[in-house]
Design a binder for this molecule. Structure first.
Ligand SMILES: [Zn+2]
Length: 369
């Protein structure tokens, strides 16, 4: 099985021509749709790159055909890897040179239209880590995210999932604000379980503040005052707040994924992930929360699941998606009733346990099937 992980590298904006990258993205979009358009004023080498990709686009991680016309398509690029020993792998004419010897990444002619235009950025430590884990970065993509230029490096690694021991790690994905519950199961017994929640108060505060300032900004805009010093300052502040909010959520998701993956590896566990995003969505909708915050929580719930699956694959941890219910009795299948303190009881058979622990019993049931 080939596992893949992406490493995002932010490119210096002042050394990149955003319009040029946007044009390359438009060409990439066309190439995906099977059109070959040769533009006279763009470097031939870059265009050759693009059309060479057509031949193996089905197999590509670059994956799916963009859904809409003119949807933003990141430009696929080949790479040359230079190792400390001096040995090289890949395409010598590649626009992306990953130089482990010098610790830099060089980009040729993809950041600005100009003969021999090259920029060099320091290599993030993640690149070195993925390389050490046996990942090879055969491809990269360049593109814009929120109008900022980025390079995405795609590390590939052949990995066989291990044979699981008698441990199971069950991961129940709730709506983000109720967090993630996990349980470690051995021979059908829950030996440890925990419910993890992000620091909600901090997140709520950041969110509310950004909404408040956005309203203020909206008022200025209606008065035509958004381009004044005050307006600009306010906009900058809003952007900064949002960035902090996203960073907090992302950071939380990444750290939790990291811990769960380590836990699974340590016990050679089989991981069972609850795949019920739909239930989380409904749970969220019923809550009294601002809709923007609900959207944000849902987005990060999905991201968490994706991140977890990607990393489990990367480290060869076997995993399955199963429905892990939290409101159906794992013993008799009767509906559970929630009582005070998020405790669930079964009126049919007397089963009683904290709500976040119910899915762990379901994981045991699933593993016996
Ligand atoms: Zn029951």
């Amino acid at each position: 099985m080939t596992a893949r992980r992406t490493i995002l590298v932010r490119l210096p904006k002042d050394k990149c021509d955003i319009d040029y990258i946007r044009r390359l993205m438009a060409l990439a979009n066309l190439a995906y749709r099977g059109f070959e358009v040769w533009v006279p004023d763009l470097p031939k080498t870059v265009q050759h790159q693009l059309y060479n990709f057509k031949n193996f686009k089905e197999s590509l991680l670059f994956g799916i055909v963009p859904k809409r016309w003119l949807a933003e398509t990141w430009v696929p690029l080949t790479t040359l890897r230079v190792y400390p020993s001096g040995s090289r792998r890949g395409d010598t004419g590649a626009p992306v040179v990953i130089d482990f010897k010098r610790g830099t990444i060089k980009l040729r002619q993809v950041c600005r239209n100009g003969r021999g235009y090259v920029i060099e950025v320091p290599m993030p430590k993640w690149v070195i880590e993925r390389d050490k884990e046996g990942g090879d970065i055969k491809f990269a993509r360049i593109g814009l995210k929120d109008n900022e230029p980025y390079l995405a490096l795609i590390a590939e690694r052949d990995v066989e999932p291990y044979q699981p021991s008698d441990y199971i790690l069950a991961v129940d994905v709730n709506a983000w604000n109720n967090g993630i519950a996990w349980g470690l199961i051995k021979d059908g017994n829950i030996i440890k379980w925990k419910s993890e929640t992000p620091n909600l108060r901090e997140i709520d505060n950041l969110y509310n503040l950004s909404v408040e300032l956005s309203r203020k900004y909206g008022r200025l805009k209606r008065l035509g005052l958004d381009k004044t010093e005050e307006g600009k300052r306010l906009w900058k502040k809003i952007k900064k707040l949002r960035k902090r909010l996203y960073a907090k959520l992302r950071d939380y998701a990444q750290k939790l994924v990291y811990r769960l993956v380590r836990k699974a590896l340590r016990h050679k566990a089989l991981v069972i992930i609850d795949d019920m995003i739909e239930e989380s969505r409904r749970e969220l909708l019923e809550m009294k929360l601002p809709s923007g915050l609900k959207k944000l929580y849902l987005m990060y719930t999905k991201r968490f699941v994706k991140l977890l699956a990607t990393q489990l694959e990367w480290y060869g941890v076997p995993y399955r998606f199963k429905r892990l219910y939290s409101s159906i009795c794992p013993i008799c299948g009767h509906e559970l009733t929630q009582v005070e303190g998020r405790v669930m009881i079964c009126e049919n058979c007397g089963f009683k346990t904290p709500r976040d622990k119910v899915p762990m019993y379901w994981a045991i049931t699933c593993s016996r099937l």
